[in-house]
Write a protein that binds this ligand. Structure first.
Ligand code: PAF
Length: 274
């Protein structure tokens, strides 16, 4: 695996490598990321990963400084997964001057996670657009665990006519259902035992909807109440249309249930398609 930190070295290295498929990450890689790397192989000739902890997408009280940085272990995992090229820029490489031009997503950036993390999707969209310009891929993979992020990127690529296929990868879960996430490492042993409750509640809501229950507000409220009893502090549990994350309007629209809740100091997000 070749590792590049400068944009010019990366571009020179990718000049003649066929169809390029790209998997951007912030490192601290787990089996969910590795699954994306393995799926990537089917979408191109050269698999490029990136590791960059993007300051722009963290709020002032979020975990940018604490975010786990495990570069050597990540490189070993990427090489073992058959990744061809790793782009690992420093902040000086990617933001040599303060970033003053941004990708401003529309209203979708202010709902669900966006309501609780103002500016987050603007920071994500901006860095992904910039990484796309560095790597110039023909396809890019994003995990469905970050459902809203996937939609923001997919819409951005379509609206800006970027010649990149945006592919969503299924969420990888631990045996007890907990979605794999870099932030799971923040959980205490007791919290780790409690954490799968979130996914159990999401599957319960999905099953109720499949059985014909369309009282979404009641389903959401019941789940939030159970989480509160178990010591969670919930930002949202929401039944939404898959295509635009709006509250369900069309009876036939495919739905997803999305959640963000805090267990101790760890904010977990998850979702399930109905
Ligand atoms: O999902 C992530 O890890 C990040 O939001 C991404 C897409 C790498 C942008 O920094």
């Amino acid at each position: 695996m070749h590792i590049h930190s400068s944009i010019s070295a990366l571009r020179a290295a990718l000049g003649n490598r066929g169809r390029i498929v790209f998997v951007p990450t912030m490192g601290n890689l787990h089996a969910g990321h590795i699954s994306l790397m393995e799926q990537a192989r089917a979408h191109g000739d050269t698999v490029v990963a990136s590791i960059f902890v993007n300051r722009l997408q963290f709020g002032p009280n979020e975990d940018f400084d604490q975010y786990p940085r495990t570069f050597q272990a990540d490189c070993d995992k990427l090489a073992a997964a058959g990744v061809d090229v790793l782009f690992a820029p420093t902040e000086a490489d990617l933001y040599p001057e303060p970033q003053a031009y941004f990708i401003e997503p529309p209203a979708i950036q202010n709902v669900l996670d966006g309501e609780f993390r103002p500016g987050h999707f603007r920071g994500v969209a901006t860095v992904v657009a910039k990484l796309f310009n560095c790597v110039q891929p023909q396809a890019a993979l994003f995990g469905k665990k970050d459902y809203q992020q996937l939609l923001v990127i997919r819409n951005m690529a379509r609206q800006l006519a970027l010649p990149i296929d945006i592919v969503g990868g299924e969420t990888v879960r631990a045996e007890d259902g907990l979605a794999l996430s870099s932030r799971n490492g923040y959980l205490s042993a007791a919290e780790r035992v409690e954490a799968p409750r979130l996914y159990r509640l999401l599957t319960g809501i999905r099953d109720a909807i499949r059985d014909g229950n369309s009282n979404f507000a009641a389903l959401e409220a019941e789940a939030i109440a159970e989480l509160a009893t178990a010591g969670w502090n919930t930002d949202y549990i929401a039944v939404r249309q898959q295509t635009d994350l709006a509250p369900p309007q069309d009876r036939n629209a495919p739905l997803a249930v999305l959640a963000a809740s805090r267990l101790g100091t760890t904010r977990l997000i998850d979702n399930i398609e109905v």
